[in-house]
Design a protein around this ligand. Structure first.
Ligand SMILES: Cc1ncc(COP(=O)(O)O)c(C=O)c1O
Length: 438
């Protein structure tokens, strides 16, 4: 997508004052194509030249009711007229905790933060405080935010740097992460019962937490194999490890009760963010009362000046209330299923080998003739160049998934059947165009 004139000028202005013109490395595509957005509305975003895109990035997932949702806006405006930050508990904080407890099976208590990164940071501190152990096990290809403890072997990592499958090496995802932290993180390939079993036999009693994205929301929405999450639950019970579901992407998106409801497996803690606030900065940690109660004066420290601020909590109160009283998932599942099936059919029709993963609200497409089961296989099997060429053709034509195939397509309840039809028509055009060039 070469920028239109006004978008180009705006991006150049941004680049003069912000590194690469973006406030998150993930938002940079290239000097000519990095998207700039003037505004959003419903399931669309518009650039500075007034060009409309059907938005399947949705801010990397948080927009679940659509951009500029009136129900949420009204509640936020009502809230800010009464003050935004108090250093004291107010009504909206309690309402949000009550919504989460009512919708997410097994959550007994909740603490709020502002971002997913803060949540995962606090959740592993709680697990360490609760168990008295230091090591945290995470899976290759999972992303849990920008904090130093967990920014290892994510989907941006190079498989060559991750060592042998049976002896995974933690791959550092950023300069500036202290080397001493390496000893505190244990990596494991996803969906591999045998390797996890071996690691736990050796180190299970030193591990404080297993943190897992129940669907690999940062690696093509790869699904857990049947029984895998239950296996994690059993292993954690056996070794006294705290099981954390990082539901920053899956929470309030794959189902109202997130992965707990969708898979019927109850972890000790869950981290939520994104869809719970329809794009406003709000996040939460929820779980068993006994672990949550390790957050206490003189025990585990948790807090922050802006935690529970009225803007984020009012947005979450409205978003969760709306989701509890309207058929948001019926709509998302309907349009998302049309898209998933349609893309599958188009790729088959044009003999492009592929697999479609995930759920209608959050799905990924791997162009491969072999079904990947984990991040290593995903990287090796997928034709990511072809994926990007198709995606960029779509973007040129006003349909915006992320060109990085590891990032899922996200749906919101404002996406319509007409959007899906337009997307599928443009998807077929893109496939034809890209294949003809090869
Ligand atoms: C699974 C998961 N955990 C944590 C995070 C970090 O959340 P935030 O960007 O709000 O800090 C993300 C962000 O994409 C995520 O996908």
């Amino acid at each position: 997508m070469p920028h239109g004139q006004k978008s180009h000028e705006f991006y150049e202005r941004a680049r003069r004052v912000i590194p690469y013109g973006v406030n998150s490395n993930f938002r940079y595509w290239s000097d000519d194509t990095t998207p700039v957005v003037a505004r959003g509305q419903d399931g669309y975003v518009y650039d500075f030249d007034g060009k409309r895109y059907i938005d399947y990035r949705l801010g990397f997932g948080p927009i679940i009711l659509g951009h500029v949702d009136p129900y949420v806006i009204e509640r936020v405006i009502e809230a800010i007229h009464h003050g935004v930050t108090f250093a004291a508990t107010h009504e909206y904080e309690v309402r949000v905790a009550e919504h989460i407890i009512a919708t997410c099976p097994g959550v007994e208590m909740v603490r709020l933060t502002n971002t997913g990164t803060e949540c995962t940071m606090h959740a592993i501190r709680m697990a360490r405080g609760y168990t008295g152990r230091d090591i945290v096990l995470k899976f290759e290809g999972s992303y849990h935010g920008f904090q130093d403890y967990l920014l290892w072997s994510t989907a941006n990592g190079k498989v060559e740097g991750m060592g042998e499958r049976h002896k995974p090496v933690a791959y550092k995802q950023s300069l500036g992460i202290p080397e001493v932290l390496r000893d505190l993180v244990q990596l494991c390939p996803w969906n591999d019962v045998e390797i996890l079993g071996d690691i736990l036999k050796e180190k299970g009693e030193q591990i404080a937490a297993i943190i897992v994205e129940p669907i690999l929301g940062n690696a093509c929405a790869l699904m857990p194999q049947p029984g895998y999450l239950q296996f994690l639950r059993e292993q954690c019970d056996h070794y006294g490890i705290v099981l954390i579901f990082d539901e920053v992407k899956t929470g309030f998106r794959i189902a109202l009760g997130g992965a707990r409801e969708y898979f019927g497996v109850i972890p000790d803690l869950s981290t939520y963010a994104k869809a719970m606030g329809n794009g406003y900065p709000i996040a939460a940690i929820g779980g068993h009362r006994d672990i949550m109660m390790t957050i206490a004066p003189g025990k585990v420290a948790q807090g922050g000046t802006y935690t529970g601020n009225a803007v984020g909590t009012a947005a979450a109160d409205a978003t969760l209330e709306y989701m509890r009283t309207h058929d948001v998932f019926g709509k998302i599942n309907h349009v998302g299923t049309i898209l998933m099936k349609g893309i599958d059919e188009i790729l088959s029709r044009h003999a492009v080998p592929h697999y479609v993963f995930g759920t209608p609200g959050m799905f990924g497409i791997c162009l491969s003739d072999r079904r990947p089961r984990d991040f290593r296989e995903l990287s090796e099997f997928g034709d990511w160049e072809l994926y990007e060429e198709i995606a960029m053709h779509l973007v040129d034509n006003g349909v915006m998934p992320d060109p990085d195939g590891r990032e899922p397509w996200f749906l919101c309840s404002d996406h319509t059947e007409a959007d899906a039809d337009e997307t599928l028509q443009k998807y077929e055009d893109a496939v034809k165009h890209v294949l003809a060039k090869r």
